[in-house]
Ligand binder design. Structure first.
Ligand SMILES: [Zn+2]
Length: 164
């Protein structure tokens, strides 16, 4: 059974939540870029086996970072736990994480059926979470497909109208 009180998961979630809180403050683009780097570096150092290979980066906005952090924690926990028992599960290695058609895509090698289910669940979670801020969101049409909350949807619409 899954153990949801995994300390590694809580730690990763807390740190991602801190990153999002900081992101809501006004800031210049350099600082935003540093935060993204910090998030990626945190994943790579927390789950070195998952990010050991060459992978195509993490291409989505900060609202989904906690979902990705939680997914990575659950996956590695499952692999480690299974491999302490008799069942050997191939180590999961990430090949790419990105937004596509408004949905979260998590591409990887290895794993088992349970990990496949975790990835499906994470994508389902992301389909209800604003990619920008993580608040409750829905898939928005009109131009690029994006999963957004009302605030970020309205922001995008007003930007479109002002041509920015
Ligand atoms: Zn939002």
């Amino acid at each position: 059974m899954m153990e949801w009180n995994n300390p590694a998961m809580i730690s990763a979630l807390d740190q991602a939540a801190i990153a999002i809180t900081a992101k809501e403050l006004p800031m210049d683009q350099d600082l935003e870029y540093q935060e993204y780097d910090a998030f990626v570096k945190q994943l790579e150092t927390t789950y070195p086996q998952m990010f050991a290979g060459k992978y195509g980066g993490i291409e989505c906005a900060a609202g989904w970072w906690p979902i990705i952090a939680s997914l990575c924690a659950s996956i590695q926990h499952h692999v480690d736990w299974k491999n302490r028992q008799s069942d050997a599960v191939p180590q999961v290695t990430v090949t790419q994480i990105k937004e596509k058609f408004g949905g979260l895509r998590f591409y990887y090698d290895g794993g088992d059926d349970e990990i496949s289910g975790m990835v499906t669940m994470a994508a389902a979670w992301a389909s209800h979470a604003c990619e920008e801020c993580g608040a409750s969101g829905v898939l928005r049409h009109g131009g690029w497909l994006k999963t957004l909350c009302n605030t970020h949807h309205n922001l995008r619409e007003s930007r479109k109208q002002s041509g920015v």
